[in-house]
Design a protein around this ligand. Structure first.
Ligand SMILES: [Zn+2]
Length: 116
């Protein structure tokens, strides 16, 4: 579907994705916090698992457990935040801007025209 400016009818319309960016960043920070908790838990589990292989195994197990826990938390938080932000962009904010007349509008303001 082509997006047309509701003010001047131009097709030179850009989506700004403001909330998506903010949401992704906020999610990344929140997810990072969860990731730290996951890292601590992962390190503990890794250390317990690595204990079978002796002192070196404890070190390697702790490290890999922490890395995996941290990465999982941060990436899942970032994705969730971006998804929520995208929803806000579409439904709430004036996410589109016309490059021709600089009119800003939301998706709900769009006139659904097929083919012209
Ligand atoms: Zn326009």
């Amino acid at each position: 579907m082509a997006v047309h400016c509701p003010s001047c009818g131009s097709q030179f319309v850009v989506a700004k994705h403001l909330a998506k960016t903010v949401g992704g960043t906020a999610g990344l920070i929140g997810g990072g916090t969860l990731g730290v908790m996951g890292a601590v838990g992962g390190a503990r589990q890794g250390a317990a698992f690595g204990a079978f292989a002796g002192p070196v195994g404890i070190g390697v197990g702790s490290f890999s457990g922490a890395v995996i826990g941290g990465l999982l938390g941060a990436s899942s938080g970032g994705l969730a935040g971006a998804e929520i932000g995208e929803h806000i962009d579409k439904k709430v904010l004036k996410n589109y801007e016309c490059n021709h007349c600089h009119h800003q509008f939301a998706e709900s303001d769009l006139v659904m025209s097929e083919g012209n």
